[in-house]
Design a protein around this ligand. Structure first.
Ligand code: ZN
Length: 501
């Protein structure tokens, strides 16, 4: 083995050890930690974070990366790890250390300010902090643009952090197609909403039983309990330490049957991806999967597979057995209609499959506007937000808590993140179409056998993790780069049939 590589690997291992400790702290504070732990624990998290930064950003690592970029005796896997480490290094090093820590200090308090503003429906108390976060992001993006010699829109730099290659040019085209096709489809579907009854979903469902069902669903899709755990948290999420320790959470609601089931399948999809990452990459920067690709797998399992009739064929009789009273008069067909019903609402995380990406479009257009170079009035954003909801979804928020304050992302500095949800959703539909081509997918689903699906995805996609770009991954899997046409056709076909349009 190349000795420079061996040296770099020692730094990477140290970085990963600290990173895993931080990840575990995060997991713990969302699931198990007592309420009063926050303040003191934050102090130690701060110390660990500083160490994490220093293990990567130092002259030693910089020198090793330079030497290794010129090395010709590295394996394909080692090359990928060097490239990803170098990208991470570049992402941080152009930002002056004092500005970086001032920004971190701002973020350390901004989510609490946002949470209070949301609880009190008081956007104006959050606006100045949001302005500061935006200004830092503009500044950091311009440093990176300069270092890369990039002269395109500044917003591209932010988008790049979450999904490389998906610039404003690509996204403009994507969203303008959605606007032309999905917005009118939603309006037509809404008119036929009375045809689909979903009342049974909101009866009372024993939470203990729900937990049992979630566990079985996770197992059914291939979640390996020797490598993963399921706990509960307010907002479901996935976290992973390495490919043998992947954790998901779900949230049970007594008066909503589908909520926990589909959260579990969604997070389970994320988890499968992580569990299938190759041993060569786990614990290194090459294991970091882009946000859009990650979301493509959670959405594939949650929606394309998880809301299909074939998927529920072997499962629905068991669900009925668990809730004989509540589901007494609900046939499989009725159930499938209900779990696919589209009702435009104000909250992104509760959106159905048809309207979901319209929520993202609102945020994309606002972010793009903010970074367009024009001076914007931060206090006007709620109105712009509400207008867009009215235009695309036909509903207008009555409060900012239900509108612009609903998501935490901007408060934690995640700007340019939202589009990756839409990209992932569209990629999921493309992969779904591909799976139908290469295997008898419905047959597998109907017989309750998801092993061939998992094996195929692991072998042709999951194992590579972040060692390849999204373009390389998609072309390797399907012989075709990102193509939103599959997604648009999928929605059109599905909802035209569902709503008799
Ligand atoms: Zn997700």
């Amino acid at each position: 083995m190349n000795t420079y590589y061996e040296n770099l690997k020692t730094h990477i291992d140290k970085y990963s050890a600290l990173n895993m400790a931080l990840t575990l702290f995060n997991w713990d504070s969302s699931t198990e930690a007592p309420k009063d732990a926050t303040e003191l624990t934050s102090k130690y998290i701060g110390i660990l974070s500083e160490n994490l930064y220093n293990t990567l950003i130092n002259d030693d690592v910089e020198g090793l990366i330079e030497k290794l970029k010129a090395a010709d005796d590295l394996t394909v896997e080692e090359k990928a790890i060097v490239r990803k480490t170098s990208e991470m290094f570049d992402d941080i090093r152009y930002i002056p250390a004092d500005e970086f820590s001032a920004y971190q200090a701002l973020l350390a308090k901004s989510d609490a300010i946002w949470a209070k503003a949301k609880a009190e429906n008081d956007y104006n108390s959050f606006a100045p902090v949001l302005k500061e976060i935006i200004d830092y992001n503009k500044k950091f993006a311009s440093y990176k643009a300069k270092a890369r010699g990039y002269e395109g829109p500044l917003y591209d730099i932010l988008l790049d952090d979450y999904e490389k290659g998906f610039t404003t040019q690509v996204l403009d085209e994507f969203f303008s197609r959605l606007k032309a096709t999905i917005v009118p489809l939603v309006k037509r579907a809404v008119k036929n909403n009375h045809l689909i009854d979903k009342d049974f979903n909101y009866l009372s469902y024993d939470v203990e039983k729900q937990a049992e069902i979630s566990r079985k669903l996770a197992e059914h899709i291939g979640f390996d309990f020797n490598r993963g755990v399921i706990k509960t948290s307010v907002h479901p999420f996935t976290t992973n330490l390495h490919n043998k320790d992947v954790r998901i959470t779900t949230a049970y609601k007594k008066n909503n049957l589908e909520s926990a089931m589909f959260s579990t399948i969604h997070e389970g999809g994320h988890a499968l991806y992580e569990m299938h990452v190759s041993d060569d990459f786990t614990g290194t920067p090459a294991s970091y999967i882009s946000m859009g690709m990650h979301e493509s797998q959670s959405r594939l399992f949650e929606n394309n597979l998880g809301r299909s009739e074939a998927f529920w064929k072997p499962l629905y009789p068991k669900l009925k057995e668990a809730y004989p009273e509540q589901l007494k008069d609900v046939t499989l067909e009725h159930f499938i209609h209900a779990i696919n019903k589209s009702v435009p609402n104000l909250i992104r995380t509760e959106a159905d499959e048809l309207t979901y990406c319209l929520h993202i479009m609102v945020r994309y257009e606002i972010e793009k506007m903010i970074f367009s170079g024009e001076e914007i009035d931060i206090y006007k954003l709620p109105e712009i937000w509400n207008d867009k909801y009215e235009e695309y979804l036909g509903i207008r928020p009555e409060s900012d808590a239900q509108g612009i304050l609903q998501d935490i992302h901007w408060a934690i500095g995640s700007i340019g993140y939202f589009p990756s949800y839409a990209i992932g959703t569209a990629i999921a539909a493309q992969i779904y179409a591909h799976l139908q081509k290469v295997m008898p997918l419905d047959e597998y689903l109907s017989s309750g056998n998801l092993q061939p699906v998992n094996d195929y995805l692991k072998k042709n996609l999951h194992k590579y993790a972040g060692s390849k770009t999204t373009k390389e991954l998609l072309e390797g899997l399907m012989g075709e780069d990102f193509n939103p046409e599959y997604y648009i056709n999928y929605l059109k076909e599905k909802y035209t049939k569902l709503y008799n349009l």
